[in-house]
Design a protein around this ligand. Structure first.
Ligand code: NAD
Ligand code: DAU
Length: 352
């Protein structure tokens, strides 16, 4: 099985590539532009594997790099994760989000379509293009209810609007051209190799360094957390067995308020460094995120009943593993904190 992964040097993409190379034994081509979020250090465990190749390329470069990647690698499956992923950065400036998430997805879909058109009948019907997306396309929930695959799109941020646009393009390429596309919409991921701009790794590293833990607004916003390795398994399940033209929600039934997540991290660190606690004294309420969605919660029953996937980690087991991973892997995060992003607030602007 030959799998072309885009964004494989990112957080979820690298977990997926490690899974495909080491556990599935697929032939993998990782296509990644290596933006600030791309990090080949996350792929150290597979970089010398004979079934792994890396191509540094921008997915927007359809005519040259993408068509060439398809023609030379000849994938059976495409798993498209390359994106600008951070909501706060999309608030500060949306240009790269429009380019990569919308134009880039168009570029990749079209390169895939031309390649797929030229396949023989057997390979054509087996081919799959998995477009990896987010639950944020559905907007914000009130206190009750879950996102289902049929929930209408209602994105709030430039990031989620760009992902919504890309989902529509992917489904359109199926309905119009017959390209065997499947779409996955997943909730918040966490785990090892998570870039420390996102809530969980930022809180762990700030707490370790005795810095304030900035909680947006009152901390009552709810996210539905999924351990990244559970997501990687779900993505392979959907790409290999999902039905073309269908969407699958992915989530682990782990709803938590942000403030409770931060308290949990502090409690784990108190257990390790009792002399430095209580870490919760570092919690600081800061100005809310503009357009901050109140609650996300995923109904993953279609994926569970139709394809037999189930999350293996609970939030309690996953967060414990994650905090300990950061304690043991300073070699990975220290260069990022010092040279790429040191934790300053992103995504606020005058007038809000
Ligand atoms: P990430 O920001 O960690 O990684 C993105 C990767 O894409 C990086 O390696 C980057 O170099 C690469 N990339 C960016 N622009 C590119 C371009 N123009 N061409 C080629 N490569 C490019 O993102 P992530 O958190 O791993 O998310 C991966 C995907 O999963 C995204 O599509 C995101 O929308 C989706 N998703 C993320 C989450 C989450 O909680 N992080 C949840 C659901 C869905
Ligand atoms: O739901 C899936 C989405 O989850 C993905 O599509 C995105 O790519 C991913 O970045 C993530 O988006 P969020 O905006 O939910 O993640 P983030 O880690 O930025 O924030 C999680 C919550 O924590 C959110 O309610 C905002 C809050 N927050 C975040 C940061 C960075 C804080 O309170 N303080 C912070 O410093």
């Amino acid at each position: 099985m030959r799998i072309l992964v885009t964004g494989g040097a990112g957080f979820i993409g690298s977990a997926l590539v490690r899974h495909l190379v080491s556990e599935i034994g697929a032939e993998v081509l990782n296509v990644d532009a290596l933006t600030y979020a791309g990090n080949l250090a996350s792929l150290k465990s597979v970089e010398s594997a004979p079934n792994y190749q890396f191509l540094q390329a921008d997915i927007c470069d359809r005519a040259r790099m993408m068509q060439e990647a398809f023609a030379s690698f000849r994938p059976d499956i495409v798993m498209h994760l390359a994106a600008e992923s951070h909501v706060d950065r999309s608030i500060s400036g949306a240009d790269d989000f429009i380019q990569t998430n919308i134009v880039g997805t168009f570029s990749l879909l079209d390169a895939a379509r031309h390649y797929w058109d030229g396949l023989d009948a057997r390979r054509k019907s087996a081919f799959r293009f998995l477009h990896v997306s987010t639950d944020e396309v559905y907007g914000s929930l009130g206190d009750e209810g879950l996102f289902e695959e049929t929930t209408p799109y209602d994105p709030s941020s430039p990031y989620s609007a760009s992902k919504a646009a890309s989902d529509h393009l992917a489904i359109a390429w199926h309905r119009t051209y017959g390209l065997p596309v499947v779409v996955s919409n997943c909730s918040n991921n966490y785990g090892p190799f998570h870039f420390p701009e996102k809530l969980i790794p930022l809180m762990i590293l700030n707490a370790l360094e005795g810095k304030p833990l900035p909680v947006y607004g009152n901390g009552a916003n709810v996210r539905d957390w999924l351990y990244v390795e559970d997501h990687a398994r779900a993505l392979f399940t959907i790409a290999s067995r999902g039905r073309p033209g269908e969407k699958y929600n992915v989530g682990g039934r782990n709803e938590r308020r942000n403030i409770d997540v931060v308290h949990r991290i502090c409690a784990i660190l108190d257990g390790v460094y009792s002399d430095k606690g209580p870490h919760a004294r570092l919690i600081t309420n800061v100005t809310d995120r503009p357009g901050h969605d109140a609650r996300y919660a995923i109904d993953a029953s279609k994926l569970e009943s139709e394809l037999g996937w189930k999350a293996q980690e609970t939030f309690e087991t996953g967060i414990e593993k994650t905090v300990h991973w950061y304690l043991e892997n300073e070699w990975w995060w220290r260069p990022l904190r010092e040279n790429v992003y040191s934790g300053e607030r992103l995504g606020v602007f005058k007038g809000r």
